[in-house]
Design a protein around this ligand. Structure first.
Ligand code: NDP
Ligand code: OXD
Length: 310
C-alpha cells in the first residue's frame, strides 16, 4: 500500500510521526502543514487541528484520523461530510492517563495535598490515613480511558464507581447511567474523576448543580476538557467547603491565562494538559490499522458517531 497521508498538528511532531508511519508504509507519500500541494491525491488526513481552509480540496479523502482521543478540537463546520472520522486509541495514552489518575487519587487519598500545605507552614500535625477500600472514587465516562482508569483503581483496592451514557456492567465497579444515576453516584463519592468527551450534553457538566450533589468535601480531578468545568462554580463550591480540592489538567483557555484565579489557589493544582501522552511509535500501530481499513473501504475502528458527538 502506498497511501498519501496528510498531517497537520501544532502539538505533535511531524517528523516523529513520519518515522513511525514509514515502518508500516515504507512507500507512503507524506504531506505536512497548512497548505497541501496535491490535496486531491490525499487518502487520509491525520490531524490534531484541521487546516484553516478545511479539507474541501481533499476530493478523494477516505478518512480523517484524529491525533487526539478527543475530537472536539476539530471544527465540525470544516469536517467533510460523508468522510468517516476516528479518534485515537493508543496504549501509551491509556497508560499515562491511568498513571495520572492514580497519582492524583493517591495524593488526595493519602492527604498529600494537606501535608503539602502543612509543610509550607512548618506545621507538624498528624492526620490519620484511611484504607483505599474506604475511599469511593467515581469515574465520569467508562469508555476506552475511563474504563481503564476505573479498572486500575479498583485493582489498587479503591471502592470504584463509574458513570456512562448507556448502562454498563463492569466487574468490580458499581456502574451508573442517566441523570438519576449521576446523583446517586455523586452522593457517596469522595474523589470524582472526569474523563468524559466534550459534547453538547457534557459541556459545563461540572457546575454548581453538580457540586451540590457531591458528598461534602469531595475532591475533583478533571482530565477531560476545560469546557466541562464552570470555573466560577468550582471556586464558589470550594469557598463554601462543598468541594475540598481540585486537580485540573485541562482549561477552557490553554495555556491558562496568567491572571486566572486557579493559579496559586491553595485548593487547586493545575497541570498543563499532560495527563495523557501518546507516543507516535505505539499510536502508529492503531493509526496504520485504520489507514488500511480506509484504503480497503472498511469501517474504521474507534469511528466517531458525529450525531452523538464522540
Ligand atoms: P470514549 O469515547 O471511549 O468514552 C467516552 C465515555 O463517556 C463513554 O463511556 C460514554 O458512555 C461516556 N459518555 C459520553 N457522553 C456521556 C453523557 N452525556 N453522559 C454520561 N456518559 C457519557 O472516550 P475516551 O475514553 O477515549 O476519551 C474520553 C475523553 O478523555 C476524551 O474525549 C478527551 O476529552 C479526554 N482526554 C484527555 C486527555 C488529557 O491529556 N487530559 C488525553 C486523552 C483524552 P457510553 O459508554 O455509554 O458510550
Ligand atoms: C487527547 C488529548 O484528546 O490529548 O488525546 O487531550
Amino acid at each position: 500500500m502506498k497511501p498519501h497521508i496528510y498531517f497537520n498538528s501544532n502539538i505533535d511532531s511531524p517528523d516523529e510521526w513520519k518515522a513511525a508511519l514509514s515502518q508500516h508504509f515504507p512507500d507512503m507519500k507524506y504531506s505536512v502543514g497548512e497548505v497541501c500541494e496535491d490535496p486531491e491525491s490525499v487518502d487520509v488526513a491525520l490531524v490534531w487541528k484541521l487546516p484553516n481552509r478545511g479539507l474541501s480540496d481533499f476530493k478523494n479523502l477516505k478518512a480523517v484520523l484524529s491525533l487526539g482521543a478527543g475530537i472536539n478540537q476539530l471544527d465540525p463546520e470544516k469536517l467533510p461530510r460523508n468522510v468517516p472520522l476516528a479518534r485515537l486509541v493508543d496504549d501509551s495514552l491509556t497508560q499515562t492517563m491511568i498513571e495520572y489518575a492514580k497519582a492524583a487519587t493517591f495524593r488526595y487519598h493519602r492527604k498529600f495535598h494537606l501535608f503539602e500545605r502543612q509543610s509550607r507552614e512548618a506545621q507538624w500535625t498528624f492526620l490519620p490515613a484511611t484504607l483505599a477500600r474506604d475511599t469511593v472514587v467515581g469515574v465520569l465516562g467508562l469508555g476506552e480511558l475511563g474504563g481503564a482508569i476505573a479498572k486500575s483503581l479498583a485493582e489498587e483496592g479503591f471502592d470504584v464507581a463509574g458513570w456512562s451514557r448507556t448502562p454498563k456492567h463492569v466487574d468490580a465497579i458499581a456502574t451508573y447511567s442517566g441523570k438519576d444515576g449521576l446523583s446517586d453516584m455523586l452522593a457517596c463519592t469522595d474523589i470524582v474523576i472526569n474523563v468524559l468527551p466534550l459534547t453538547d450534553d457534557t459541556r459545563s457538566i461540572l457546575n454548581l448543580e453538580f457540586f451540590v450533589q457531591c458528598k461534602r468535601g469531595a475532591c475533583i480531578i478533571n482530565m477531560g476538557r476545560g469546557h466541562h468545568l464552570v470555573d466560577a462554580d468550582l471556586l464558589a463550591a470550594i469557598d463554601a467547603g462543598q468541594i475540598q480540592a481540585a486537580t485540573l489538567d485541562v482549561a477552557t483557555v490553554e495555556p491558562l491565562p496568567p491572571a486566572h484565579p486557579f493559579w496559586g489557589h491553595p485548593a487547586i493544582l493545575v497541570t498543563p494538559h499532560v495527563a495523557g501522552i501518546s507516543t507516535p511509535e505505539t499510536a502508529a500501530i492503531t493509526v496504520a490499522q485504520n489507514i488500511r481499513r480506509a484504503l480497503n473501504g472498511e469501517e474504521l475502528a474507534q469511528q466517531v458517531d458525529i450525531s452523538r458527538g464522540y
